[in-house]
Design a protein around this ligand. Structure first.
Ligand code: ADP
Length: 259
């Protein structure tokens, strides 16, 4: 709380009383702390790949370059870490544009079922590689919504990609599109590792991951769900999740229905 006192004077400058201003700055402080934490997170996330790149490059320069196999292995690591940094910077720029309302959405009447189908087709190969079954329960309904097709595809692909990433070999992923009150819902359910209850509300926070090492190993930036949430907000929709450890996770994307 901020407290501020000032004397209250009449026309002849006699003190008549005092004025006290009490300001609740909880929100301001919280925002300040969140900003500090975000900058610390960004620095850390960028420094990790940079440290790896630097140390591998130094080792190469110090002689490792003469062994062809070692040199190739090290260059692969450098290449991988550079890709990770690029992905991170891209996600950061995207979030910053969304925060500043600079993202241009091309809003049109679109068929959500088509977008779901095209997103699924892009992940069939990844799922097959992990012997995962991807089931889409197609209906005859054409679910038309108002939105930016590319952005919506980006959200759906992100959730499907997570379902593949955080599920094991032989698991299955089920996708349904249906109508619920005034929304069209895209449901993406996996039989993967699940998310502990205490982490469930935080996974949409920037850089929050249940298992940092696993997310990084999979090439994740920890920003995908934060971006997805922002994009859903911009469409007047929202995103929900339910999960049970060892059983699986289910994401629900709610889009306002323009039937
Ligand atoms: P990341 O780049 O780490 O995947 P996201 O923002 O996409 O970042 O997801 C945040 C975290 O939520 C992930 O690190 C993971 O711990 C958890 N998560 C997301 N989707 C799933 C899922 N389908 N099953 C289990 N955990 C998930």
């Amino acid at each position: 709380v901020n407290l501020c006192f000032a004397p209250y004077l009449d026309q002849n400058k006699n003190i008549m009383g005092s004025i006290c201003v009490i300001q609740d700055i909880t929100k301001h402080k919280k925002l300040e702390e969140m900003q500090k934490e975000f900058v610390a997170n960004v620095s850390h996330e960028l420094r990790t790949p940079l440290t790896t790149i630097k140390s591998y490059a130094e080792t190469l320069l110090n002689g490792a370059v003469d062994d062809r196999q070692i040199a190739l292995d090290f260059l692969n690591v450098i290449n991988y870490e550079s890709d990770r940094m690029t992905a991170l910077v891209q996600d950061l720029l995207e979030l910053s544009r969304l925060d500043n309302k600079q993202t241009k959405f091309s809003m049109q009447c679109i068929n959500l079922s088509h977008i779901v189908e095209s997103s699924i087709s892009k992940f069939q190969i990844h799922a097959k590689k992990k012997q995962q079954e991807m089931v889409y329960n197609k209906t005859d309904n054409d679910y038309k919504i108002i939105g930016d097709a590319n952005r919506i595809e980006q959200v759906i692909k992100n959730i499907i990609s997570n379902a593949v990433k955080y599920s094991n070999e032989g698991d299955s992923i089920t996708i349904n599109v249906y109508e619920e009150s005034s929304y069209v819902v895209v449901m993406i359910e996996d039989t993967g590792m699940g998310i502990p209850n205490e982490d469930l509300t935080r996974i949409f926070d920037r850089f929050y991951r249940v298992d940092k090492a696993r997310s990084r190993a999979m090439g994740g930036t920890g920003l995908g769900l934060a971006i997805a949430k922002e994009i859903m907000d911009c469409h007047g929709g929202h995103i929900n999740v339910t999960s049970e450890v060892g059983v699986g996770t289910c994401f629900y994307l709610y889009f306002p229905y323009e039937a």
